[in-house]
Design a protein around this ligand. Structure first.
Ligand SMILES: Nc1ncnc2c1ncn2[C@@H]1O[C@H](COP(=O)(O)OP(=O)(O)O)[C@@H](O)[C@H]1O
Ligand SMILES: [Mg+2]
Length: 293
């Protein structure tokens, strides 16, 4: 541990403590862990977490997204289904700043124009993304992975050696309980099952306390039991976070929507249908392009 790294870590912690103090009585989850905002705070007073309006993305003339419009409410858990190539991942790429749409608008809350922000800024402002493959630090323990995720700057390895505040320890414990990894806290992440690695990565996202979580095929490769536990986890997160879940597993979507939540069906870069799972499954257009295959 070199002194400059140590100092950088201390500074990150100090800034962090200051932000938490500033968050004051609004406290709790709003006292964002390890987040360094470089842009204004988003405004969710109107109840909208994400507003995607009329976005089009072309790859060599082929429209991966074609005038896609979608609204996700604060605290909503929205499942998005659709055949391969429908544009689901491209949609997430546009929200997270990985891909710039040719036209359209993407708003986070009522004030933040995500198309003006860089990928790291979008992550910092409260949009967490889970890619299909788990990307945890295999050599580090479960605890260290979560500890590292507290720091906005993952290069600051000093984060591992800096003293955690009581609030940070509490948050790690809370997240460990959510992701069912309390018993594995001192194990190397590399030794976890595929499903546990996925949970750990979700836990790492949760350490940053994102307002919006984007999850691309989160249960692919999981056992039935792991899939069920993942559904329970997402249902617990619903309300406190907005979640957009792209998934092929209809049983999982059914578990998440509980017969009462809206499901969006994407096809050829646009919304083909929206409604309860049973209704979209009975929709002739949907059957034709997707479920009937
Ligand atoms: N970087 C890219 N270059 C060219 N075509 C792409 C690129 N990314 C995605 N596509 C195409 O855009 C369409 C939508 O892809 P994608 O968003 O990955 O679909 P989904 O996630 O719904 O399966 C597909 O036809 C895919 O081949
Ligand atoms: Mg995809």
């Amino acid at each position: 541990m070199t002194p400059d790294l140590l100092e950088a870590g201390t500074q990150v912690r100090a800034e962090h403590a200051q932000r938490q103090a500033q968050a004051g009585s609004s406290g709790g989850r709003e006292a964002a862990f390890g987040r360094r905002l470089t842009v204004g705070e988003p405004d969710f007073a109107h109840g909208v977490a994400l507003y995607v309006e009329d976005i089009t993305v072309s790859f060599d003339g082929f429209k991966a997204l074609n005038a896609l419009t979608l609204t996700i409410n604060v605290g909503e858990l929205r499942c998005i289904i659709g055949p391969n190539g429908a544009g689901k991942t491209t949609m997430m790429d546009c929200i997270t700043g990985k891909t710039r749409p040719d036209s359209g608008r993407v708003h986070f809350g009522s004030t933040i124009d995500l198309l003006r922000l860089s990928e790291p800024e979008i992550a910092q402002i409260g949009v967490g993304r889970k890619f299909q493959k788990p990307t945890v630090y295999e050599q580090l323990t479960v605890f260290q992975n979560l500890e590292l995720a507290l720091s906005a700057d993952r290069r600051v390895r000093a984060a591992l050696f800096a003293r955690l505040t009581g609030a940070q320890r509490d948050r790690i414990d809370e997240v460990l309980a959510l992701i069912h990894l309390q018993a594995d806290v001192q194990r190397s992440a590399g030794l976890l099952s595929h499903g546990q690695k996925q949970w750990l990565e979700i836990g790492m996202l949760l350490m940053q306390d994102p307002k919006l979580l984007l999850l691309d095929e989160p249960v692919a490769g999981m056992t039935d039991e792991e899939t069920e536990r993942t559904a329970e986890l997402f249902l617990t997160l619903e309300g406190q976070h907005s979640l957009v879940v792209v998934e092929h597993d209809m049983k999982f979507v059914d578990q998440l929507t509980q017969g009462r939540k809206t499901v969006t069906v994407l096809h050829e870069g646009g919304v083909l249908a929206e409604g309860l799972l049973a209704d979209v499954q009975a929709n002739d257009k949907v059957v034709e392009v997707y479920l009937g295959r």
